[in-house]
Design a protein around this ligand. Structure first.
Ligand code: ZN
Ligand code: ZN
Length: 330
């Protein structure tokens, strides 16, 4: 008997387990409010305890939930109850593809029957397009290109590149990716001049470690970077920019402080990609905090408040791991 059989999670009574894998156990369940059968995917405790994997689990559910296609299971909600994190979704009767496949494989005609809807579903998932935030990379950007290009499909599809700010470590692969995909480059107008001049900029430190790192490593590291001059295609103003036209529900918002033209991308789901406004990892810091370098440190708190007012809950810093807004110590 499975550990959750007969338990009530939220308003769902858990039934028999119908599958299990690395990312969770799947149960039949009854939605007690609507009186219908659903499927519950319950996250294993070990994953739920890992903040980063929990965030990834929630994000995947949201992405799936945003897709509407006959061959993609419908997601009803992402929920938690007494420490159990779970996704409720449409209960699909039938057997898995693995269970239907004989040892010698599927006959070609049957394979085509199965593959066509799968390919359609994948196409539906990809059609929404991709927006890349910070095509960073080392001086030439070649490593950045190698990492990003294979993930954009063939031919590579990229709708837009948003550069959170004009520092050298955030723009390396931008021009190579523009050549390969034709995707326009967007940056706030206040940081655009650095790009146009190919200027390597590193602001002053605002913590003891930041001041030390800037003074000692700055003069060694900065000459290693040679940026080619880059003309951005779109200039973002202080009012920000809507991403709907690029296939993403979300907004670019002006969050100055780390640099005058720093921007963040905020999604309706509460995920915020903040560039260097905040950091969470070595060599910069051990815990989530505001960036240790800034051109305008006095503007950082206002920008953070702006993000919270816009509903930001999960922060994706450019350097380090994602973290919930509640974890930031300033
Ligand atoms: Zn920076
Ligand atoms: Zn940076």
């Amino acid at each position: 008997m499975s550990r959750l059989f007969g338990k009530v999670l939220g308003h769902h009574r858990v039934g028999r387990m119908i599958g299990a894998g690395g990312m969770g156990e799947v149960y039949e369940a009854e939605d007690l409010q609507l009186g219908r059968q659903v499927a519950l995917k319950v996250l294993p405790a070990a994953i739920a305890a890992d903040e980063e994997r929990l965030i990834r689990f929630t994000r995947e559910a949201r992405i799936l939930g945003s897709l509407n296609h006959p061959s993609i299971v419908t997601i009803f909600s992402v929920d938690q109850h007494e420490g159990e994190h779970f996704i409720t979704m449409e209960l699909v009767e039938g057997r898995t593809l693995a269970a239907c496949t004989p040892p010698q494989g599927l006959p070609v005609a049957r394979l085509l029957d199965v593959a066509q809807p799968l390919a359609d579903a994948l196409a539906a998932a990809h059609e929404r397009g991709t927006v890349l935030i910070d095509p960073g990379g080392p001086p030439s950007g070649r490593v950045g290109l190698r990492k990003v290009l294979p993930r954009l499909g063939a031919p590579p599809r990229l709708n837009l590149m948003v550069i959170t700010h004009g520092h050298f470590d955030h723009v390396g692969a931008a021009s190579g990716l523009r050549d390969a995909t034709g995707a326009p480059i967007a940056i706030h107008q206040a940081d655009a001049a650095w790009l146009r001049a190919g200027q390597v900029v590193w602001p002053k430190g605002v913590t003891p470690w930041g001041r030390f790192a800037r003074t000692v490593f700055g003069p060694v590291v900065m000459p290693l970077y040679r940026l080619s001059k880059l003309d951005p295609d779109l200039l973002i103003g202080d009012e920000g920019m809507d991403l709907e036209a690029y296939g993403i529900s979300g907004r670019v918002v002006h969050t100055p402080g780390h640099s005058p033209g720093s921007v963040s991308v905020v999604l309706p789901s509460g995920e915020a990609f903040v560039g260097d406004l905040a950091m969470n990892g070595l060599p910069f810091c051990l815990r989530p905090r505001f960036g240790i370098f800034a051109h305008q440190p006095d503007r950082v708190a206002d920008s953070w408040r702006k993000l919270l007012d816009l509903g930001a809950r999960e922060i994706y810093p450019a350097h380090g791991r994602p973290f919930p807004t509640s974890a930031l110590v300033s």
